[in-house]
Design a protein around this ligand. Sequence first.
Ligand code: DGL
Length: 279
Amino acid sequence: MPQRNPIGIFDSGYGGLTVMKEIVHQLPQYDYLYLGDSARSPYGNRSFDTVYQYTLQCVKWFFDQGCSLVILACNTASAKALRTIQQNDLPKLAPDNRVLGVIRPTAEIIGQFSETGKVGVLATNGTVASESYPMEIGKFFPELTVIQEACPMWVPLVENNEQQSKGAEYFVKKNLENIFEKGEDIDVILLACTHYPLLKETIEEYLPVGVKLLSQGEIVAESLADYLQRHPEIEGRCSKEGRHSFYTTDSTTDFDQHATVFFGQEVQSKHVDLDAAVK
Ligand code: DGL
């Protein structure tokens, strides 16, 4: 019998809990270990190499905890670090383990929602600059036009609990106007950042009628369910007692306050010092 361990879920901070919430909803039977690198977040404006180094260190930590499967719930980490980790690091570190991201599952299905053939992607500067979404979507739906808009103010607004404020309205309106100026017949808008679902109400207010708004949590959860079904060798190494544990690289008090909002249930985290924990 293989040793069974939790599924690892990683984010730069607590935002990935919007994804974990949907994963737990769809797959409640598994154990989950969440790590938020809050001490070094946000990742959104950091360079490729920095995001890669930070993400790799966190992935190593998950492997040290015994996780066979790690989900990068962070778009920026998925955009800037996942490919290198999968291609260069995994074969050396733990060839039987798997690291998955949030971009591919979204790219695989986004075309199903569009009739005009134009989709809009709202994300951090880093995700937009990486061009990961246009590239991945192009593999599955080459006929689609992908229009991107970086919304660098949205993460700080959410982190400061300003999602209902006039400031949030101003920046949401501004970024939506920008993206629809670039592509007026966009009929699908993807929230390609962990934090953006918390701005959903404000976004819906300024969204043109008939445009569909997609959040990633459900998409990623469905894709994970499908992956586990297709990969019994990985599924068989995931423990199933419905337990959740949370770790942060920063203060647990601050993490728990935000995490409870993002996860929709009370969160009690533990602190981890990655430099001490990961060799
Ligand atoms: N988790 C990040 C993402 O989904 C947003 C926060 C950050 O910039 O670190 O892109």
